[in-house]
Ligand binder design. Structure first.
Ligand code: DP6
Length: 374
């Protein structure tokens, strides 16, 4: 017999960044973080996990290609899930001993890896959700998020939809370092995100080693984790609960800038933003200035791609801006059957925005979903 279960999991983009570990093996962070979960219509990982006494080893196929499950991170996840399954089996001896069977895991992204989006968060969230479903584990999402966290820190936040906090916790074993829901998708369903894929040939410093370097060398980082983030964490949660876009947006932009500042303060410095990223930052500030209020917020992770958050009520304006500056590249002349206005900002040169290769329009979304599809 082959036992099987499938789940999909979303991508999340931090609005308050996780950067720095207090424990590398357990992925325990030096600060709490907050993210928005993106819609799985546009971006998701679908994972099918199967267990059988006939399988001779654990195997993983990612987008059709066999990959290793031998990394300490993957092994930690599988070990934790098997241990929880063993507890289920111990309390009900009629159940098949799936904890002792090898696993075959087939995982697929609905977005091209070439889009330059980090997929490890959705990947580990889908891995943990599908195996938890296969094993019929009773643990809730926060409990499971601790397992996904060991796969990749940011993955713990992909276990929930809407707005999610990763509480850093204090204990050495990481038992209180978990994801919790701040607000569900239904709280603020009109929140939208545009992902600006910035072409870049250079290989970034991987986030794991980048964080280690920052923790070891940046003085500014000490200030960030002690004096800046704890306050910002509370303020951002309040802004989300109040659906205060301006406050939420300001905190999001400031935190992205603070994160890239500690990267620059690392020694040797780490650069994730390129010239195109910087132009996007200026453009968003100009748009907000022109409007007399904040209607769009940018954020950047460990690479030059931008994510721009905005509310649906301002879609025409934000897309109008993107249309003007990136239109020729993205086929933006019409969107949902409507002709977009051109929004030009005085003193800018649209020629200089050609560094964006693709724009993905998406919105806030749900957490992992069980699916029959295998
Ligand atoms: C800049 O979660 O990829 O995107 O825990 O080493 O796997 P590991 O790191 P990862 O780091 C994400 C860093 C970030 C900020 C964030 O998502 O909060």
């Amino acid at each position: 017999t082959v036992y099987t279960a499938s789940c999909t999991a979303p991508v999340n983009i931090a609005t308050l960044k996780y950067w720095g570990k207090r424990d590398k093996a357990l992925n325990l962070p030096t600060n709490s973080s907050i993210s928005v979960t993106l819609s799985q219509k546009d971006l998701r990982t679908l994972t099918t996990a199967s267990a059988s006494s006939d399988y001779t080893s654990d195997k993983l196929w990612l987008n059709g290609k066999e990959e290793s499950l031998e990394s300490p991170r993957s092994k930690a996840c599988l070990q934790d899930l098997r241990q929880l399954r063993a507890q289920v089996e111990a309390s009900n001896s009629d159940l098949p001993k799936l904890s002792q069977y090898k696993l075959h895991i087939v995982s697929e992204n609905n977005f091209p890896t070439a889009a330059g989006l980090a997929s490890s968060a959705a990947g580990f969230a889908a891995l943990v959700s599908s195996i938890a479903k296969l094993y019929k584990l009773p643990q809730d999402m926060s409990e499971l998020s601790k397992i996904a966290r060991k796969g990749s820190g940011s993955a713990c936040r992909s276990l929930f939809g809407g707005f999610v906090a990763w509480e850093m916790g204090e204990s050495i074993d990481g038992e209180d370092s978990k994801a919790v829901e701040v607000a569900p998708l239904s709280h603020w369903p009109t929140l939208k995100a545009a992902i600006l894929v910035v072409s870049d040939d250079k290989k970034d410093t991987p986030s794991t080693s980048g964080m280690q370097l920052t923790v070891a060398t940046s003085d500014l980082f000490q200030y960030r984790i002690k004096d800046v983030v704890p306050k910002r964490f509370e303020e951002m949660k309040s802004a989300i609960l109040a659906k205060d876009f301006e406050k939420f947006a300001e905190l999001t932009m400031k935190d992205s800038n603070s994160f890239h500042a500690v990267c620059l303060d690392s020694y040797p410095p780490i650069f994730y933003l390129n010239d195109t990223s910087k132009k996007i930052i200026k453009l968003v500030h100009k748009l907000n200035e022109l409007e007399g209020k904040i209607i769009a917020a940018y954020t950047f992770d460990a690479g030059p791609n931008a994510v721009i958050y905005y509310d649906e009520s301002n879609e025409q304006k934000v897309l109008g801006l993107l249309n003007t500056y990136f239109g020729s590249l993205g086929g933006w002349e019409s969107y949902q059957g409507e002709t977009l206005p051109k929004l030009e900002i005085e003193g800018t040169d649209s020629e200089i925005y050609k560094g964006v290769s693709r724009i993905i329009l998406t919105s806030i979304g749900e957490g992992p979903q069980e699916t029959d599809q295998v």
